[in-house]
Design a protein around this ligand. Structure first.
Ligand SMILES: C[S@@+](CC[C@H](N)C(=O)[O-])C[C@H]1O[C@@H](n2cnc3c(N)ncnc32)[C@H](O)[C@@H]1O
Length: 191
């Protein structure tokens, strides 16, 4: 598919049915905080967003973005590997989260050698299913251009093709061409 609208914006639109005032959401790759800011805006002041990243500079960038948008009170920031997503948050969150998103790859403004990898991403996706509400959603955007990215995207594809019941893949948008593959978005829900 060739699309002029950035895939992140398409994904944000796809998240809307799962987010309402008071919702809980997790951004498993906070990066520069664009997705965290979108989530914090949607959940309103009665909701909560938990944002995680392995890099301190990403946590700081996300904090600054949320402070500038006056949304920081709705957000908890955690520096951790998302492979430990279940241990990183209170056990009371099991089955309580409305939406979990992963925007894979590297921090565009940072060290491009620090990227997500299939070794931590795939376990994190399985753990995420345990944190979600039965009518919640799991969203993943994967890139295919940098070293290891195609292998990671193939593993994510495999995860979405073999989702345990009652989860099913409800969105799948692949951009680019065979010669020049672009990012891919998947979303799972049990709805
Ligand atoms: C494409 S960026 C995320 C963009 C972000 N969602 C935004 O809105 O700006 C990917 C991020 O994943 C982070 N990352 C890499 N490996 C990770 C891991 N194992 N656990 C959590 N975050 C990781 C990187 O540090 C980077 O900041």
């Amino acid at each position: 598919m060739s699309t002029r609208q950035p895939l992140t914006e398409i994904a944000h639109e796809g998240w809307l049915p799962y987010l309402k005032p008071g919702s809980w959401a997790i951004d498993a790759t906070a990066g520069n905080g664009f997705d965290t800011e979108f989530l914090a805006d949607q959940v309103t002041k009665s909701g909560r967003v938990f944002a995680m990243d392995v890099q301190e500079c990403a946590i700081l960038a996300t904090r600054t973005r949320l402070e500038n948008a006056s949304l920081i009170e709705r957000v908890s920031l955690v520096r951790a590997d998302h492979a430990r997503i279940r241990d990183s948050f209170a056990c009371g969150m099991r089955g309580e989260v409305d939406l979990i998103c992963f925007n894979l790859g590297y921090l565009p403004t940072g060290d491009h050698n620090i990227t997500t990898s299939r070794e931590s991403t795939v376990p994190a996706l399985y753990e995420s299913l345990l944190l979600l509400k039965p009518n919640g959603a799991l969203s993943v955007i994967a890139y295919r251009g940098h070293k290891g990215a195609q292998e990671e995207a193939d593993s994510v594809e495999g995860f979405f093709m073999k989702l345990p019941a009652p989860w099913k893949c409800v969105q799948h948008v692949a951009t680019g061409t065979e010669e020049n593959p672009g990012p891919v978005w998947w979303m799972a829900s049990a709805r």
